[in-house]
Design a protein. Structure first.
Length: 277
């Protein structure tokens, strides 16, 4: 890590604000922040908003704050959920570009550099990349997300292929952004808002992030995920019952195909490991 006195932002390079909500993340937050500090593109700020953690998360973040001026910590007074935590960070962000990284996920070192270059060269407002899923112990699986060339509103309504940990948004093009104040799928709702306003999401076909598989992915939460999806269709996007059912059918079918594909891969190689780093 770098000493506070050595940090100055490059006025000739765009500033990227990294948005990181945390809650009881003492086991992963150090690696997450370090994956940002190790970026080849260095003109960034990391705004970590703690949602009333009960463990040592804040103390760990503060260690980074004391040693690197690019790391900032905001503590919420009451637990309010990821949407409020992310929006609080966005409100404090100084960067033209907003990038999202949750407190248990990681970036590859050239993530910001490659994505920013892509967006500038192609005049893009909204982009995302591929990511690889990793286990709790940090070992990688062979399960890699897709990154279609472009994704529009109708595509997203059927299935969200965009991983929040890979997204970068140019606020100079989109104007003010904020996540819906809902407990689940608030990032998905923001992608829908942006694409409904005409901003296509552009995919970068390269693995630049690592998504940690944890308790959020166990089968007991599939019902909650489905409820969240349905809620977005009906209450956020205000689709009628028929259209909601149509889109939900696509969502459920895709989930089933993914499950069958993962099971087949596991049986064929005896594990899920082996992704390229």
């Amino acid at each position: 890590m770098t000493n506070n006195n050595d940090i100055t932002y490059d006025e000739h390079a765009p500033l990227v604000s990294v948005i990181t909500p945390t809650f009881n993340a003492e086991g992963s937050i150090r690696d997450t922040i370090e994956s940002v500090l190790e970026q080849t593109f260095t003109n960034f700020e990391v705004i970590v908003v703690d949602d009333c953690s009960q463990d040592q998360t804040v103390e760990i973040i503060q260690d980074f704050v004391n040693q690197d001026a690019r790391v900032k910590c905001i503590q919420l007074e009451t637990n309010q959920g990821a949407a409020i935590a992310r929006n609080t960070a966005i409100d404090h962000a100084q960067g033209r570009y907003i990038a999202f990284l949750d407190s248990d996920d990681l970036w590859f070192p050239d993530k910001l550099e490659k994505q920013l270059t892509f967006m500038q060269e192609n005049d893009v407002a909204f982009s995302f990349t591929k990511y690889v899923r990793m286990r709790d112990d940090g070992s990688l699986t062979s399960n890699i997300s897709r990154a279609p060339e472009t994704v529009g509103y109708s595509d997203l309504m059927k299935h969200c292929v965009i991983g929040c940990l890979t997204v970068m948004i140019d606020r100079e093009k989109t104007g003010k952004i904020a996540m819906k104040n809902i407990r689940r799928r608030q990032d998905y709702a923001l992608w829908l808002t942006l694409t409904s306003e005409g901003y296509l999401a552009y995919g970068i076909p390269e693995v630049l992030a690592k998504y940690r598989l944890g308790s959020n992915t166990v089968s007991s939460n599939k019902f909650k995920a489905a409820k969240g999806q349905w809620f977005v269709y009906r209450k956020i996007e205000k689709q009628n019952l028929l259209k909601s059912a149509y889109y939900f059918m696509h969502y459920a079918t895709h989930g089933l195909k993914n499950k069958l594909k993962s099971s087949k891969k596991t049986r064929s190689d005896g594990s899920i490991g082996g992704a390229n780093q």
